[in-house]
Design a protein around this ligand. Structure first.
Ligand code: BG6
Length: 489
């Protein structure tokens, strides 16, 4: 993560510029970067898509996206600067000959070419070949890829191989937008800038860890993509495993990309494989049925628009993860994520071990464990649950459980909050790979997730139903209950 030095301007080319990702996220994030004066003055934004647009059409598209998705007023002066950077090219990305149009607008001598692939992964190979054929790439050029990069280890490797024919690994920026989230990055600060969390961060003091990424949304018109993917591959393979690596990796030697990447890979390599023999004990698959979200009736997964009534794709997954290394031996990490959960909630709960002896039996027959709760979204903050003496004289000591509560929105109310995409687009333009995924890391994550998918197929494990608006199937409660534990509610 580089400081605010001067950076070379870019030709930022967005492939799929009229698509969902571009219009909902990228164009909004770029505007916010513009507003904060974080984009180099000479940088240009070149949208590419297969549809013809009238003169100035891309600027109109950008304006419309801001009107729909930006939660603040569009400032005239910022908009003038921002829209002046934009150009549009109509290219059919499957036609390699058409990429030569880029030659007329790219200036590789004075700007770095950053290719942002906001398109379906089947086009990644074509784009790389088209760019190669047009001979506009230099050693400085970069490619930014969105997930999903494949659907399993094999397809992921095929895409990586095709990209590697044209770009060196240090030119490839693979995005997981969770790594751009302020609170995910704060995990580094929490763990490696506070001595109270250094010596205590292991199997001696930690009993277990829970990571929950609950989503309120259902399928949102993405049936075709989601049904082929499922929650395991859509969310756990990337976002949850990334949070897990940040929370469990060894201290990196520095904030340099290589240090961080290599520590994350070590964790992924130490994940205990899940096989047909243990898959039923350590995983839960679920699929939502009709239910109520905040009082509104919502359809079940197989009743969504365009749904296949027979689908057995999971919209919920919970897994007990064991990390077979010195630090985490005997400390299970429970992961769960689902669509149509009771509310949107992303949090990590670290349960510390119970004390060996209780001298406060009048208050608590068994002392509750300390808990560190890290709220990643939507209410960002950190809480520690601890016991205190209730003030009073004349009787025995009475304890009460209280919270040390640090709310980020309160504490940092004067600091601007940026979304994940703002940070990642900026880092890609600046050429810092720290917050992106290396090839080895993503392949390791796929290898582990493939083992679960494989074991489910072998055991023919169908998803268990849960009502929309709940916290998943009963089996998810049983997953922890078997170990004498319960989910944080
Ligand atoms: C995406 C998934 O990567 O992350 C979506 O494809 C999911 O299915 C989304 O809804 C969740 O992101 P966030 O930032 O809202 O937690």
């Amino acid at each position: 993560m580089k400081s605010n030095q001067k950076f070379k301007p870019c030709d930022l080319v967005i492939y799929g510029a009229l698509g969902d990702l571009s219009t909902r996220k990228l164009l909004i994030s770029l505007y916010r970067l513009e507003k904060s004066e974080l984009i180099e003055p000479e940088t240009r934004i070149i949208g590419i898509d297969r549809h013809a647009l009238e003169e100035g059409g891309f600027v109109k598209v950008a304006r419309k996206s801001l009107q729909s998705y930006l939660n603040e007023t569009i400032e005239d002066e910022v908009w003038q600067r921002y829209s002046a950077r934009m150009q549009y090219l109509m290219i059919d990305l499957t036609q390699l000959d058409q990429y030569k149009q880029l030659n007329a607008v790219i200036d590789s001598k004075s700007r770095v070419l950053v290719n942002y692939l906001a398109v379906a992964p089947f086009l990644f190979k074509n784009i790389c070949q088209g760019l190669d054929k047009a001979k506009i790439l230099t050693r400085e050029s970069r490619v930014v890829m969105e997930k999903p990069i494949g659907n399993d280890l094999k397809s992921n490797r095929e895409i990586n191989d095709a990209v590697a024919e044209v770009f060196n690994e240090d030119q490839v920026f693979r995005i997981d937008h969770y790594l751009g989230k302020e609170t995910v990055l704060n995990l580094l600060a929490l763990r490696f800038a506070n001595s109270i969390f250094t010596t205590n961060w292991n199997h001696n003091t930690i009993d277990h860890i829970q990571i929950t990424v609950g989503e309120e949304v259902g399928i949102e018109g993405r049936w075709e993509y989601f049904d082929k993917t499922g929650q395991l591959r859509d969310m756990l393979q990337n976002h949850l495993l990334q949070i897990l690596t940040f929370i469990t990796m060894e201290p990196p030697a520095s904030l340099e990309a290589e240090s961080i990447h290599s520590e994350k890979i070590k964790v992924l390599k130490a994940l205990r494989p899940i096989t047909a023999d243990n898959v039923e004990e350590v995983t839960v698959r679920g699929q939502y049925t009709a239910g109520y979200m905040k009082g509104q009736a919502v359809p079940g997964y197989t009743e969504e628009e365009g749904a296949d009534k027979e689908s057995t794709t999971e919209s919920f997954v919970a897994v007990r993860v064991d990390i077979d290394n010195w630090r985490w031996a005997g400390v299970p990490i429970y992961l769960r994520t689902g669509k149509r959960m009771q509310n949107k909630r992303t949090e990590i709960v670290v349960y510390f071990k119970r004390l060996p002896h209780n001298i406060f039996k009048d208050s608590y027959r068994e002392l509750p464990p300390n808990k560190l709760i890290i709220h990643l979204q939507p209410k960002e903050g950190v809480e520690i649950e601890m016991l205190n003496k209730v003030p009073g004289i004349g009787g025995s000591i009475t304890l009460q459980q209280n919270k040390l509560d640090l709310s980020f929105s309160e504490t940092f109310k004067n600091s601007p909050f940026f979304g994940g995409y703002e940070r990642l687009i900026l880092e890609a333009m600046r050429g810092d790979p720290t917050l992106f995924l290396s090839r080895q890391e993503i392949e390791q994550a796929w290898a582990w997730v493939d083992s679960i998918q494989d074991a489910w197929a072998r055991r023919k494990i169908a998803p268990k139903p849960y009502s929309a608006g709940s916290w998943g199937p009963v089996a998810s409660v049983a997953l922890l209950a078997r170990d004498g534990r319960a989910w944080e509610e």
